[in-house]
Design a protein around this ligand. Sequence first.
Ligand code: SAM
Length: 227
Amino acid sequence: MNIQAQYDKIGKEYLSGQKVFFSEKEDIGTKFILKSLPSLEKKRILDIGCGNGKDMLLLESLGASQVYGLDPSAFMVAQAKKTIVKSENVVLGSIEETNFEDESFDIAIARFSVHHLSSLEKAYNEISRILKKSGLLIFVVHHPFRDVLYQEKKIYGKQEIIKIELYDNKVPIYFPTHTLKDYLSQSFFENFYLAGFEEEQSLEELLETLHIPGCMGIKAIKKERLE
Ligand SMILES: C[S@@+](CC[C@H](N)C(=O)[O-])C[C@H]1O[C@@H](n2cnc3c(N)ncnc32)[C@H](O)[C@@H]1O
């Protein structure tokens, strides 16, 4: 399974499922991102794993001066290019290695995208490289405690590719499991200060006797490295 290319196959179903789902349910991922943002005036923002560009549009409407999107799925990039005015601001690629200039963004957001990477080390280094001094990283991912329940042997910390079926079990998504320590790793703390952390409050009833948060959000501030 090519994790990065999967949205070329399921992108259409993902987007239509998402539209219906969030017409009935609160979008807590976007809520966490919005709550963590400062004033966007004169801000240059990157949406990592921008999907169809809906959050890029939102950031523009909130006053950001420049919004860029990055996604490794050609399908998603094509959708995002149709959504926003500056289609040239949507770039095909992975956050592990980009062509963006050093210290060129004030803020990077990632709504349900970075958990697709098996290791976040390269991504953290790259995000830190392209963020300006004291730049912000805000991301939302599936909660590690939820993911372990989808593992075959349910051994926390033994990484497995799991399949989750979203939106009435119609959209299968594959991604590697992570621990909390994978997100708040040595590499994280070399690059960032932790500035905010939240877990979903409306717990999911996964088993009759187990209610856990489905996702979590992290807000981080770029740390200056001592050379
Ligand atoms: C669950 S979708 C979320 C899309 C959008 N952020 C949203 O909230 O609707 C995950 C997105 O992350 C993208 N993605 C996967 N691996 C990535 C990577 N290495 N770098 C950047 N984006 C990635 C996928 O192609 C997909 O569009």
